[in-house]
Design a protein around this ligand. Structure first.
Ligand SMILES: *Cc1c(COP(=O)(O)O)cnc(C)c1O
Length: 393
């Protein structure tokens, strides 16, 4: 499409985008180039945890932008140290490496586990991952992912990622051998269709990996930083993993990700890991603002309550339209349809006028909801109302 003097054809096609350009956002609302507004339950794919342009992020960005953008990753900077301190003080991990994307944080986790395996497990390098998992779009993280077709699309794969069956502990045990260094999973499979790991499965995984002397890595790129009503989703199971990755929500909309590990695992030496933008103060200042908001009294309890409310509303809608129920954790939820009309509902939601609705269908029989963590009950009601209309056949 034409946009002012320019055409969208100048962009490489990596996804099919609707014929509109978003220009402005505020809280749960987005506005396109024609001024039409949309109720946003995608939020940049669970990224904008405080909604569009929240005042604390705008303030953190503007203050930091006038002070220091990037002294180089070879030097400490204030927000980098402060955010690492906040994360380690509020988790079971001791050290943090900052990255820019979830995939990059996961690459770091894979490298750290392999290095640890060289030093402690006789060169063991295999990381057991799961069918339908999603860990990113770099070559190694695509290989770690269990998405159908990803094993051949950019062949050859990076080797060393045998796939177990999610929520099936025996399938994991069967894959553990002398070459195994770690097990890596998402506490809730997001792209796979919002499938939560059973808490008993997570506990069993912790016990199994500990018994074999191998590492447990949790990819909390989608579930971390308040999304499930706890600061980190693995806390629901009361377990302490060895390595965790964060992305999406930690940046509240800007590119920020993190790799966290317990002291005993931190075996990188200078030269092993780095990146031009890692820990830059502009992004880490935003991370500080986000984490401080999550830690404010009552914030996470409110997320938990909103998640329960959204769950109840979706269940009612499911009963009303004869659908298959709902599932999820906190404010990462899915409505399970009775057929494959997910993409059609997403398209018609976008086209609704005067108020559009932004939803996502990670699978054709599923709608995913990942609103801002501070979404109001009134906005949830409004979403349900719009969706109710879309579900009428
Ligand atoms: C989104 C996502 C990633 C990849 O993050 P990017 O920032 O897109 O690289 C990795 N793991 C999980 C669980 C995700 O949801």
């Amino acid at each position: 499409m034409q946009y002012g003097a320019y055409s969208t054809d100048s962009l490489m096609t990596i996804t099919s985008r609707p014929e509109l350009v978003f220009e402005r956002g505020e809280g749960s609302w987005l506005y396109d180039h024609q001024g039409k507004r949309y109720l946003d339950f995608i939020q940049g794919w669970a990224v904008n945890c405080l909604g569009h342009c929240p005042p604390e992020i705008t303030a953190a960005l503007t203050a930091q932008a006038g002070k220091l953008l990037n002294p180089s990753p070879a030097f400490y900077n204030g927000p980098m140290v402060e955010l690492a301190g906040l994360l380690t003080a509020n988790s079971c991990f001791d050290r943090v490496f900052f990255a820019n994307t979830g995939a990059e944080a996961n690459e770091g986790a894979i490298k750290l586990a392999r290095k640890w395996g060289q030093l402690n497990r006789d060169g063991a390098f295999e990381i057991v991952t799961f069918g339908h998992s999603f860990h990113g779009r770099t070559l190694a993280t695509m290989s770690a992912s269990g998405k159908a077709g990803w094993d051949t699309i950019f062949a050859p794969q990076v080797s060393g990622f045998p796939k177990a069956v999610y929520n099936d502990i025996a399938s994991v045990e069967a894959l553990i051998g002398p070459k195994t260094v770690a097990v890596m999973l998402e506490p809730v499979q997001g792209e796979g269709g919002v499938i939560p790991a059973d808490l008993e499965f997570l506990k069993a995984l912790r016990a199994l990996t500990a018994a074999h002397g191998i590492l447990l890595i949790v990819d909390e790129v989608q579930t971390g930083v308040g999304r499930t009503g706890k600061l980190f989703a693995h806390e629901h199971a009361g377990i302490e993993p060895d390595i965790m990755t964060l992305g999406k929500g930690i940046g509240g909309g800007v590119p920020l990700a993190a790799l966290l590990a317990r002291e005993a695992i931190c075996c990188f030496v200078p030269g092993d890991q780095g990146g031009t933008y890692n820990g830059n103060p502009l992004m880490t200042a935003v991370g500080v603002a986000v984490v401080q908001r999550m830690l404010a009294p009552g914030f996470l309890a409110e997320v938990e309550a909103s998640g329960q409310y959204l769950s109840r509303c979706l269940l009612e809608l499911s009963a009303k339209h004869g659908l298959q129920g709902e599932r999820g954790s906190g404010l990462l939820r899915a409505l399970i349809l009775d057929d494959e009309r997910g993409p059609d509902i997403v398209r018609r939601g976008l086209e609704l006028a005067p108020t559009g609705l932004l939803l996502n269908a990670p699978r054709p029989n599923l709608l995913r909801f990942m609103p801002a963590l501070n979404v109001s009950a009134a906005e949830i009601d409004q979403m349900i109302d719009l969706l109710d209309g879309l579900l009428k056949k």
